[in-house]
Design a protein around this ligand. Structure first.
Ligand SMILES: Cc1cc2nc3c(=O)[nH]c(=O)nc-3n(C[C@H](O)[C@H](O)[C@H](O)COP(=O)(O)O)c2cc1C
Length: 361
């Protein structure tokens, strides 16, 4: 049986335990330049000091037009490398490997006439915009932007990259047949766009740099999610399993399954690909749940996102058997939500955690 405190190999990288901080954007802390600020550095310092086995840096855009927000961090030009170097040095000082999530929004971003595999009107969610079918030249251009961004991450000293292949963004749009209605190879074999990027990154960055993808288990169904995972397996070191295109996918788990549908999907993908390091996510708020997921589902890493926002020491506290605080699931009004705040975060779960800790001391 796997244990939460066990180390785990993710391609060329070893994580000292099985708790990962998944990508979490912090908008408003940078500006239109997309460069890392001191605030970002201090945020990642606190997360790294909190003892996770791995940190995957936030969704970071590979082109300026593909952004989700005007203040999103970027790796679309060389001038952005220096800031990421500082982040990598900061995280590494705590013996925590550091990846970054490479992102392009496609039809789910700020570009109102956006790139998309096919013409598509997005009506669901905060961003409604029109997507235009990408030409073959445009596809190659964006693939290259992902590869160049990965090279910049490598130059900055990061240990690897994760492609953002879920949550309605561009790679996810290619993977979902309700959005991708192309008749060429990018539509006949939906994984082609992701595969060409992954292979390009591997060729450019070499075998010592971890390459993975955050992938939906349900894109639109679990059967499709497993098919995508099988098609991509040769070209990745890990798969981080989450949800698909909002409104065009169908996440579900058996009624007696104890965790989220995304964890169920991760469990099923692990069964299909037993040798692939598989991460799962959604709704873990304490040590008992984190241990339960690792001990019962067979997956390799448990992602904890909002738990680390409530308490950056989440991993240290859970592994020492201490109170780790609790995300109060204010969703959809999460104070951390990039679209609901101006960068000043007053998280009720964190306030309660700090108050309780003060009382106990
Ligand atoms: C403030 C915030 C920012 C997020 N940013 C990203 C992101 O950049 N990329 C991504 O794939 N998911 C992002 N997510 C989703 C989380 O990685 C995670 O999948 C989700 O919060 C569920 O996990 P949890 O229940 O442990 O919070 C974000 C979530 C939050 C709360």
């Amino acid at each position: 049986m796997k244990k939460l405190e066990e180390s785990v190999k993710i391609g060329p990288v070893t994580a000292k335990n099985r708790i990962a901080v998944p990508p979490m954007v912090c908008f408003h802390w940078s500006d239109d330049s997309g460069r890392v600020t001191e605030k970002n550095v201090e945020h990642y310092r606190a997360l790294a000091a909190g003892g996770p086995g791995l940190i995957i840096g936030e969704a970071t855009c590979v082109t300026k037009r593909g952004r989700l927000h005007e203040t999103q961090l970027g790796l679309w030009e060389d001038g952005q490398i220096e800031g990421w170097k500082k982040l990598a040095e900061t995280v590494h000082a705590y013996n925590v490997p550091f990846f970054v999530q490479l992102h392009h929004s496609g039809v789910t971003g700020i570009d109102l006439e956006a790139d998309c595999p096919s013409d598509y009107d997005k009506k669901v969610g905060p961003h409604g915009c029109r997507g235009h079918e990408m030409s073959l030249d445009r596809i190659k251009e964006i693939e290259d932007a992902f590869i160049q961004a990965a090279l910049r991450a490598k130059k900055a000293g990061l240990d690897g990259v994760e492609l953002h292949g879920c949550h309605s963004y561009l790679i996810c749009q290619f993977l979902n047949r309700n959005v991708n209605r192309r008749e060429d190879i990018y539509g006949q074999k939906e994984e082609t766009f992701a595969l060409e990027i992954l292979q390009g990154i591997r060729k450019a960055c070499g075998p010592d740099f971890a390459v993975g993808i955050r992938l939906a288990a349900f894109e639109p169904t679990l059967e499709d999610g497993i098919r995508h995972a099988k098609a991509l397996q040769q070209d990745v070191d890990f798969m981080d399993i989450s949800y698909g295109f909002n409104g065009e996918s169908h996440p579900e788990a058996p009624e007696d399954f104890l965790y989220s549908a995304a964890f169920y999907g991760a469990q099923e993908i692990k069964k299909a690909l037993p040798h692939m390091p598989i991460f799962g996510v959604d709704g873990i708020v304490n040590g008992e749940q984190a241990r339960g997921v690792i001990e019962t589902t067979g997956i390799d890493m448990v992602d904890v996102a909002r738990g680390f926002l409530v308490n950056p020491d989440f991993a240290k506290d859970v592994l020492a058997g201490r109170d780790c605080g609790k995300c109060l699931h204010c969703k959809p009004a999460c104070r951390w939500s990039p679209f609901l705040n101006d960068g000043v975060v007053n998280c009720p779960g964190r306030t309660l955690f700090l108050r309780n800790r003060e009382k106990a001391e």
